[in-house]
Ligand binder design. Sequence first.
Ligand SMILES: [Zn+2]
Ligand SMILES: [Zn+2]
Length: 197
Amino acid sequence: MPLFFFGVIALISFMDIYRVQTEHLTGLCQKTKEAGMYAYGTGSSGAETVTLPDVYSYQPIGGLIPLPKIWFHNTVKVHAWTGVLYEEGNDAVESQPMVYVTESGTVYHRTLGCSYLNLSVQQVSGSSVKNLKNTYGEKYQACELCSRGQEPAGTVYITKKSNRFHNRESCSALKRSVRMVKEAEVSGEMSACGRCG
Ligand SMILES: [Zn+2]
Ligand SMILES: [Zn+2]
């Protein structure tokens, strides 16, 4: 009888682990896809790869037996979206100018260097960042790209939509919130930027 009991617990634990892992993987894939979408604006290298790690632990259920936590480590790799390349000299294609938009912006920009695009990045003191929360009520944590495992520097850089702080202003993650879209897609609902457009 005890043997049967433990068998059932083992089976339930196994199914629970599977469920937790599936949830994490689904979320991770989604995050990675978004990162890939937003990564194209950052570098000139065409085949940039984005890797997102995901580490989490699983505590087996049925606290009767003191089993150790199990740690999972998933990584998902995607290619940065490099946009669509059009053949030069194709008339139909040249009538599709691309513009840049931000996640929360109400105008579109013709140049990536427009000073307006940098405004979504805020500069705050490192000592205050631990008390700040982003738009979604999340606390800020160290950016994996520029500040992995580091404490906030004297001055850190944050955006309201992400939950990472950056010790380096030049961090490529800070530029990911800019998306490139076809002008035709946004011109109906957005107006051109007054500074560059
Ligand atoms: Zn602009
Ligand atoms: Zn960073």
